[in-house]
Design a protein. Structure first.
Length: 675
């Protein structure tokens, strides 16, 4: 016998009188699962699609606040097609909660309806309706406002009941008094409002605009063969500041393991005197909360942090959550590591690379909570020493939930801390890390060298959905990556890559002094590893070499500091130029209207020329008037007219123009002519 299943019990009905609909919110990431990112001191625009049935008027407000702080409210404005927007400017970093509140505004609907009425009899009926609405507002109002509203309600009723009274125009003027309407709006009935919420991650300015320089402190000594220390780095600060860098990033500065220490060029057996890889953290001298003794003391490091800050430079540290075999964690907490059947610990691999000198943590250990807490304490420790920027090594090899927890916990108390994700891996993994909270992200720029590749990739970064949360930080080289293009050693290649990095992205960095001295020898053909890599040995750099790029780097970074258009990525637009070896693009600054136009010769060996097409409407240039472009690298000025202009770049001189567009001219004598 078939038994009939019981009918499902219906869920309690929502209040059907809530007629306002909030159909969409932005910016949101993955339906609100993650937070979009913005910068403190810059306007944040919240957009909502709000609608209702019939012809009643909606009212929509935005409430915003830093979490656990006082709430602020601003009216949202209708932009047409049921789109509503509002802006607010967050004054400080942190997480901001935003709530859109929408409701049918019966008082405003009444006013709108009254505006079209002309019959005095109809108007008097409407006044009765309005008087009731105002009376309700008076019940919600504070004392003095309540009295004013009650008086107005009574006046509307008296006028409605006097057929011999004022004419239609006077009655409408009384009812539509804008000052009194604002008072009613202050005490609107929101009892049937609907709400929708999102959160925004607000970071400090340097999260959106930064210029990084990476160096190994141990190679900072003025004399060859001597192990450098923090005092040597302090002596080098003027050199770094002169080139215009505001973030100085160090690989790990902790004690380096001796067990399985790597030798020069990543050999498996170290010789006496080999210094090992800084990423093999931990030895008898200590672990993640200690300093390599050859670099100096913790006090020396804190002095360096302070001295760098006086030069406008922040120190960034590497966070590498891994251990050398002789790290104190290995003996004190063996449960935090994976063991082979023979009892030995499994060393790290990141195929095709093998790291025999490094043990990874086992994040699936039963003791995972203690492991998480200890790793957070490492970040807390270096924050206490004055560090607010961290480059995180290989975050894609650690669990996603760990990073989401760690970053949220750190930024709960220190919202100005910046995390850069060093993850050269699959795109979705890189994007997931950014969604989880990483402030900035490494990119594929190193491997994007052709015109089409650059256009497609940077259009995706600046226009794609990732623009809400993925902040690119581009590097032409790193200690791990010497791209084939740089292995030519050709100066024009380094110069072109510098200009591309510094202008395509608001955040960029170089690994120096290898970059400015054009280090180009690979370990072997087909390798992206440097020969005599600084990762495994001390290097001495001749900073005063006459062929150094330091002067060009200094000019480029000065342009970045002086031109707000280069300090963000959202305005990037590529321009058409009829030569595949020339790439051209513009960036603009909305407040000032300034435009920067960049043209780069991608051919390091030959002069390249072509005709450039500009969108004059977008650039707000009068097609009938001449205009000036000023090359901020060479200080040359050219007169252009119209949308089509000729450009020519000789890589032997300088493979790029960084042009500032100037629209207002005094006379043709203001120019040098481009021949």
């Amino acid at each position: 016998m078939r038994v009939k299943a019981p009918a499902p019990v219906p869920a309690p009905a929502a209040d059907g009188r809530r007629r306002a609909v909030i159909d969409a919110l932005s910016p949101v990431v993955d339906g609100g699962r993650f937070r979009a990112k913005r910068l403190a001191g810059e306007p944040v625009c919240i957009e909502a699609h709000c609608l209702t049935d019939g012809h009643d008027q909606l009212r929509v407000v935005l409430q915003y606040r830093p979490l656990d702080a006082t709430e602020n409210e601003v009216e949202m404005q209708a932009q047409g097609n049921d789109v509503w927007t509002a802006e607010f400017t967050p004054p400080a970093p942190g997480r901001y909660g935003c709530t859109v509140i929408a409701w049918v505004d019966h008082f405003e609907s009444w006013r709108k309806e009254l505006e079209r009425r002309d019959d005095p009899a109809d108007i008097r009926v409407a006044l009765e309706v309005g008087a009731a609405l105002v009376a309700k507002a008076a019940e919600r109002a504070r004392a003095s406002d309540a009295s004013r509203l009650a008086e107005w309600s009574a006046l509307l009723r008296r006028s409605a009941g006097d057929p011999a009274g004022a004419d239609a125009a006077s009655l409408k003027a009384l009812a539509l008094d804008p000052a009194r309407a604002k008072l009613v709006a202050r005490y609107a009935d929101r009892s049937l409002a609907n709400t929708a919420a999102l959160e925004i991650q607000v970071d400090r300015k340097r999260a959106g605009f930064s210029t990084w320089y990476e160096l190994f402190p141990r190679s900072a000594a003025a004399e060859p063969a001597r192990h450098g220390d923090f005092a040597d780095v302090e002596a080098r600060l003027p050199y770094i500041a002169e080139m215009g860098f505001d973030v100085l990033y160090f690989p790990p500065i902790q004690p380096i393991g001796r067990v399985n220490r790597k030798g020069r060029n990543n050999t498996l057996s170290a010789k006496p005197g080999d210094v090992g890889s800084p990423w093999a953290i931990g030895s008898a001298e200590g672990g993640h909360k200690e300093v390599l003794p050859q670099l100096g003391s913790l006090g020396d490091f804190k002095r360096l942090v302070s001295k760098a800050r006086e030069s406008g430079i922040e120190i960034a540290l590497d966070i590498a959550f891994q251990c050398a075999p002789d790290h104190p964690y290995v003996s004190a907490h063996p449960q935090w590591f994976k063991h082979r059947p023979d009892g030995s610990v499994q060393y790290a691999e990141n195929p095709p690379k093998k790291y025999q000198d490094i043990y990874p943590f086992d994040f699936e250990t039963d003791d995972w909570r203690a492991l998480w807490d200890e790793l957070k304490s490492v970040v807390d420790f270096w924050i206490e020493q004055g560090v607010r920027i961290f480059r995180v090594d290989n975050p894609h090899t650690k669990p996603f939930p760990f990073w989401e927890w760690l970053i949220e916990e750190i930024q709960r108390t220190d919202p100005d801390v910046i995390f850069l994700a060093e993850a050269f891996t699959r795109p979705k993994i890189m994007h997931r890390l950014a969604k989880l909270g990483f402030t900035q992200s490494y990119t594929y720029f190193t491997w994007r060298n052709r015109k089409r590749e650059l256009i497609e990739y940077f259009t995706e970064l600046s226009r794609g959905p990732g623009r809400q949360y993925f902040r690119p930080n581009v590097w032409p080289n790193t200690p791990d990556i010497l791209h084939e293009a740089l292995q030519s050693g050709v100066r024009a290649v380094f110069a072109a890559r510098l200009v591309l990095a510094a202008t395509l992205s608001a955040n960029y960095g170089i690994y120096g002094p290898a970059f400015e001295l054009m280090e180009s020898a690979p370990r072997e053909p087909g390798s992206e590893e440097y020969r005599d890599s600084e990762k495994y040995e001390l290097r001495h750099w001749s900073l005063d070499r006459p062929d150094s790029l330091r002067s060009l780097i200094g000019r480029m970074n000065r342009v970045r500091r002086e031109q707000p258009a280069l300090q963000s990525d959202g305005s990037l637009k590529f321009c058409t130029v009829d030569n595949e070896q020339l790439i051209a693009y513009s960036k603009s600054d909305e407040p000032s209207g300034d435009v920067i136009l960049v043209i780069v010769n991608l051919d390091p060996h030959n002069v390249q020329s072509g005709w450039l097409d500009l969108d004059l409407d977008a650039l707000r240039v009068d097609p009938e008037e001449p205009y000036q472009v000023h090359d901020l690298l060479s200080d040359q000025r050219y007169q252009w007219r119209g949308a089509h202009n000729y450009v020519k770049l000789d890589p032997e001189r300088l493979p790029a123009h960084v042009l500032k567009l100037r629209r207002h001219l005094r006379s043709e004598h203001d120019f040098d002519y481009y021949m």
